[in-house]
Design a protein around this ligand. Structure first.
Ligand SMILES: Cc1ncc(COP(=O)(O)O)c(C=O)c1O
Length: 416
């Protein structure tokens, strides 16, 4: 497909209109929406209004008049609509890491009380995102060695390991490095048959692939607000608790916003009847306002169309990269088949870090992940087919000229 073909495809793209919902700098091809989503055009004015009018003028009255107090539930409800859940099953709150802690600790508390000592393993992929593993490791210490992490090396192994010794499975639906996508429905069914559950980390899948939490039998999930949901740097995350667990799920962090009536100021903790029992403290209103703008960028968007465009963009990138792989020793680190991956592609290269810095200097923004991976995210709401063509053309120039050898591209920054 030539560049002209890409431009033609952008014209007929049914999601082309969504790009106008974002503010993107000129001369930049942004292929990192899987790490930090682009800024919604609406965000600056909304933030200005929340700061100047609601905070500056209306002051504390805004908790009621502007419904600040129900932001975690309201935004959670919008995320729920996107992920195939009911509105009282998701709250927007805290970070993904903190939400992992709350759901993992809450579930394990129930396992411990069920008096089945054989259920002792937290199953987890060895290559899972580090925070997931750190949180699980910390929790095993809090439960004084009642539980132990059991690592598996592949999805195939995972299936065979879910059994009556499994206390819980922790899985990231789309792997942060390879982009490998798990089959949520099949694995949930497997877990259910073994009398356990999967705690899903949707950081790289919410807003990237169609998700049907209820229909696919998911019980527990967390996810990021700042990646595909476009909620802004450090945006609050979300937590999902299936309705059937609402009455029996402990609030592992018993903060006052998890109380059924926070403003009754009762001396005793009595948890909210739904996913609000996963809240903790006062919502960060300014960050919540930005997150809501991000979630609203999905208004009227068909996630099936998002998936189709994501697969088409990635397929094109794969195709354009093939000659570069042969000539310059890039190797694909992601599954080749589009049905097996989320919305990003990773390539290994011995000079991966420097090449990515050279790309960024030329306006093609992806990112680098240890040990040697260049990661490119395709966000169908604002990435165009011509962007894919241009990005690979620029990479080709960088490889041909060896521009990445410049010393400035070989100095490691704190955030890669
Ligand atoms: C899979 C996954 N889980 C969790 C996190 C961390 O989320 P947070 O910083 O909100 O705790 C990330 C961040 O990139 C991630 O990729």
């Amino acid at each position: 497909m030539s560049r002209a073909d890409c431009l033609a495809r952008d014209v007929t793209d049914p999601l082309a209109h969504a790009r106008d919902r974002f503010s993107l700098p000129n001369n930049t091809i942004y292929l990192d929406g899987n790490s930090l989503g682009a800024m919604p055009k609406a965000a600056p004015a909304v933030l200005q209004a929340v700061a100047a009018q609601q905070w500056g003028n209306d002051l504390i009255r805004s908790w009621n008049t502007h419904n600040w107090v129900s932001m975690p539930q309201r935004i959670g409800g919008k995320i729920a609509a996107l992920l195939g859940a009911q509105s009282n099953e998701i709250v927007a709150t805290d970070s993904t890491s903190v939400n992992l802690f709350k759901l993992l600790a809450g579930w394990l508390q129930n396992v411990q009380m069920s008096d089945d000592p054989a259920r002792c393993f937290i199953l987890c992929e060895r290559g899972n995102f580090p925070t997931d593993v750190y949180i699980a490791d910390g929790i095993t210490k809090l439960f004084t060695d009642r539980f132990e992490i059991k690592f598996v090396d592949s999805a195939a192994q995972l299936d065979a390991q879910i059994d009556a010794t499994t206390a819980i499975v922790m899985l990231t639906q789309v792997d942060y490095r390879s982009g490998q996508l798990h089959n949520m429905a099949a694995l949930n069914a497997k877990a259910q048959a073994a009398g356990t559950v999967i705690l899903w980390d949707l950081a790289h899948s919410a807003g990237a692939v169609p998700i049907h939490l209820n229909a696919d039998g998911a019980k527990l999930a967390v996810g990021c607000g700042y990646k595909y949901l476009n909620g802004g740097p450090g945006a609050p995350a979300f937590a999902y608790l299936a309705q059937e667990l609402h009455g029996q799920f402990p609030s592992a962090i018993q903060g006052w916003f998890a109380h059924a009536k926070p403003f009754a100021f009762h001396g005793q903790f009595n948890p909210a009847s739904d996913a609000a029992r996963l809240l903790c403290g006062t919502p960060p209103v300014l960050s919540m306002a930005a997150l809501e703008c991000g979630v609203d960028t999905f208004a009227g968007i068909d996630m099936q169309q998002v998936r189709e465009k994501s697969s088409a963009l990635s397929a094109l990138f794969l195709q354009y990269m093939e000659p570069l792989c042969a000539q310059y020793q890039f190797s694909l680190f992601s599954p080749h088949a589009s049905e097996l991956r989320g919305s990003h592609l990773s390539y290994a290269h011995v000079h991966g870090y420097a090449i990515m810095q050279a790309l960024i200097a030329q306006g093609v923004i992806g990112d680098f992940r240890e040990p040697n991976l260049l990661r490119f995210g395709f966000t169908p709401l604002y990435t165009r087919f011509a962007d894919v063509w241009d990005a690979v053309a620029i990479l080709k120039e960088i490889m041909a000229s060896r521009a990445y050898e410049a010393s400035e591209f070989n100095q490691r920054a704190v955030v890669p």
